[in-house]
Design a binder for this molecule. Structure first.
Ligand code: XMP
Length: 305
């Protein structure tokens, strides 16, 4: 991308031509990619675009409220409460790829409903360059790239940022006044907290993961990580009060990266790590242990599943 202003101008025109007089939808996840794509497309076609935010129950703390606020200027915004339906399809699912698949499928079902409802012919997606590369290599199934276009017959697939890296997307977002999304939120995977929970996704693990991620994001903000996260990785013995408990183990991870394709684990000072540990175990009775992940990518991935 040479110049942000001309990129935006060009893309708005291009999107306008691609969508024409038809109706379009976009899946808003709250992340910088889909938010930027939605803002660009909304500039181009206004309420012909229906931005759809599916509240899967797998989102970060405060995500739904923050979406409503950031995009309150879009009259066509739809917030779909699908928490119970997602938990239902995830019941008993432990395999990571099956989990992603189940979430992707449910997303499509939620989408199909809105697409039919709004008579949408075009699908806008926030796909960026690294998504395409990783999907081609089938390192992991990214539900935001695969799925929707194959399953719902759209006339037009609009991907205005398909050639951009994340830092370039952030530049565009800033220019579009998406300061809240850019400044306050780290990248977050489409399948949400489900890939930060090893094994079956249950309401109990989700509560632990949501609170722990909130603590980690708050405490590590000053390190300016590419991503800082917490994952529920199993159970271990601990002592709470006078009792031995079999509690959750929460792994904390904080990485630097340019594009998510490779990453380096960050060095965090002991005091901060201890504060994180004490907040996570203190705020949740069922957590017995907090560990810090020192693995780079490769060999580890950033997310746990
Ligand atoms: P991994 O875990 O593969 O992640 O090292 C690389 C980057 O991609 C994000 N990620 C996803 N983003 N849908 C997304 O939109 C997904 O299915 C998905 N899986 C991983 C991850 O958070 C990191 O930024």
């Amino acid at each position: 991308m040479v110049d942000v202003d001309s990129f935006i101008e060009e893309k708005i025109e291009e999107i306008g031509t691609e969508i024409g007089n038809s109706n379009a939808i976009i899946a808003l996840s709250g992340g910088v990619d889909s938010s930027t794509a939605a803002a660009l497309a909304y500039e181009a076609v206004g309420d012909q675009l229906t931005p759809v935010y599916v509240d899967t129950g797998l989102m970060r703390k405060g995500e739904t409220e923050s979406i409503r606020e950031t995009f309150s200027y879009m009259d066509s915004l739809r917030v779909v409460d699908a928490k119970d339906r997602f938990l239902d399809v995830l019941e008993g699912v432990t395999d990571p790829e099956e989990k992603r698949h189940a979430i992707g499928e449910q997303f499509i079902r939620e989408f199909e409903r809105v697409a039919r409802d709004t008579d949408a012919d075009s699908l806008v997606q926030g796909t960026i360059y690294p998504d395409r590369i990783e999907s081609e290599g089938t390192i992991k199934s990214h539900h935001n790239v695969g799925g929707l276009p194959e399953r719902i017959d759209f006339e037009e697939i609009v991907e205005p940022m398909r050639d951009l890296y994340k830092d370039e997307v952030r530049e565009v977002a800033r220019e579009l006044d998406l300061e809240a999304v850019v400044a306050e939120r780290m990248p977050f995977p489409g399948p949400g907290l489900a890939v930060r929970i090893l094994g079956e996704v249950t309401e109990e693990k989700l509560d632990v993961a949501r609170e722990a991620n909130h603590v980690v994001e708050e405490e590590l903000e000053e390190y300016d990580p590419w991503q800082a996260l917490a994952a529920v990785i199993g159970k271990a013995t601990g002592v709470k009060g006078d009792n031995r408990v079999h509690g959750w183990v929460v792994a904390v991870r904080s990485v630097e990266s340019r594009d998510g394709m490779t990453a380096r684990a960050q060095e965090i000072d002991w005091e901060t790590l201890q504060r994180i540990q004490s907040r996570i175990t203190g705020e949740n009775e069922t957590v017995s242990r907090v560990v810090y992940d020192v693995t780079h990518k490769p060999p580890a991935t950033i997310e746990y599943e």
